[in-house]
Design a protein around this ligand. Structure first.
Ligand code: FES
Length: 355
């Protein structure tokens, strides 16, 4: 705390004419170092006194909003124009994806121009009078609300939104267009699946090929007690869609005694007791792998759903929602096992059947 008395006599030159005020203010500041310095005198901007300058600012703001609109259109066009695997050389970045570069640039310009337009508008055309806002209780009373409303209306008037129609229209255009960028990004979620998930690579006459040896199977290759994993003929490992297709078309073959098969339809779709079922668990799609010969049960290792292969692969335990789909099989003229067609129902988790 200062011990300074503030007397003019203590200030050098304090008693001289013309020095009194300056010295007094210095003394006051010394006593209260955080005194409110007050607002500088208001200086009108060139746009406040020159309508041509105001018009120039208006055109600048409109230009920025218009550039934003064009950039948004460019963003959307980029999606159509540039293939995903096209690269261009751009100094100093080097080789970059043409699509990503174009999307980034156009979206950046669109957002920047909206921001720059709004800032320029506020700095040059909206009212720049300093206002003092007093602190209020959080719950505003009616007169306060009326005051706020009046101030809002005054602000709207001072922003000249009604008068500067060019700014208003281009701003609405820019703000309306920019969300379209987000809509276009939904395209990255990929094409709609259509009915792809309802069909597999199985078709009439497709041979059942041993997944380990890549050899087509004859009935005598499937012995009692064994579980044979098969894939459709023509589905080659290493091809780009192999994983997608095998995830739907994976099948297991089991030989049962025909008299052990309880389900008449299952018996009808089998060949000499050889039954073919989808390996994809109907719970959440794990491959079913564990076979118990005595009971003819297969078990999914993920959540222990258990299916009875002698009874239409009915679920006898666990969270799976429905039986494993059966593939109808027969033997062709050359003695090889073949499919009679695709699965009659979607394979895998049962939610595909909903709706
Ligand atoms: S995925 Fe098979 S039981 Fe859950």
């Amino acid at each position: 705390m200062s011990s300074h008395t503030g007397s003019n006599a203590d200030v050098p030159g304090g008693n001289l004419p013309g020095k009194h005020t300056e010295a007094g203010e210095a003394a006051e500041r010394s006593e209260s170092p955080f005194a409110d310095p007050g607002l500088p005198p208001h200086e009108p901007r060139v746009q406040d006194i020159d309508e041509r300058a105001a018009k120039r600012s208006e055109r600048t703001v409109a230009l920025l909003f218009t550039v934003s609109m064009l950039a948004t259109i460019g963003f959307i066009a980029s999606y159509v124009i540039f293939p995903i695997d096209q690269y261009v050389y751009i100094w100093p970045l080097g080789e970059v994806s043409a699509l990503n570069f174009s999307l980034g640039m156009t979206l950046g310009i669109a957002l920047f121009c909206i921001g720059a337009g709004a800032v320029h508008w506020a700095r040059t055309l909206m009212s720049d009078h300093e206002l003092i806002g007093e602190r209020h209780p959080i719950e505003a009373d009616e007169p306060t609300k009326a005051t706020v409303l009046a101030e809002f209306q005054q602000g709207a008037k001072e922003s000249q939104l009604g008068r500067r129609k060019l700014i208003r229209n281009t701003m609405f255009g820019a703000l309306a267009l920019v969300p379209l960028s987000g809509v276009v990004l939904l395209r990255d979620l990929g094409p709609l699946p259509g009915d792809k998930l309802r069909h597999t690579a199985w078709a009439p006459g497709k041979l059942l090929v041993n997944q380990n040896t890549d050899e087509p199977l004859r009935p005598e290759d499937v012995t009692v007690g064994s579980l044979v994993f098969v894939k459709p003929q023509g589905l080659e490992e290493g091809t780009h869609d192999f994983q997608t297709e095998i995830a739907k078309a994976a099948v297991m073959l089991v030989r049962l005694e025909p008299e052990d098969i309880k389900d008449p339809k299952e018996l009808d779709w089998s060949h000499e007791g050889i039954v073919a079922f989808s390996r994809i668990c109907t719970h959440v799609g794990c491959p079913v792998t564990l076979y118990e010969q005595q009971t003819h049960h297969v078990l999914c290792p993920c959540h222990q759903s258990t299916f009875d292969l002698a009874d239409g692969a009915r679920v006898i335990f666990g969270p799976a929602g429905h039986p494993l789909p059966q593939l109808r099989i027969s033997v062709n003229d050359d003695g090889f096992l073949e499919a009679q067609g695709d699965f009659a129902e979607p394979v895998g988790p049962s939610f595909w059947e909903r709706g």
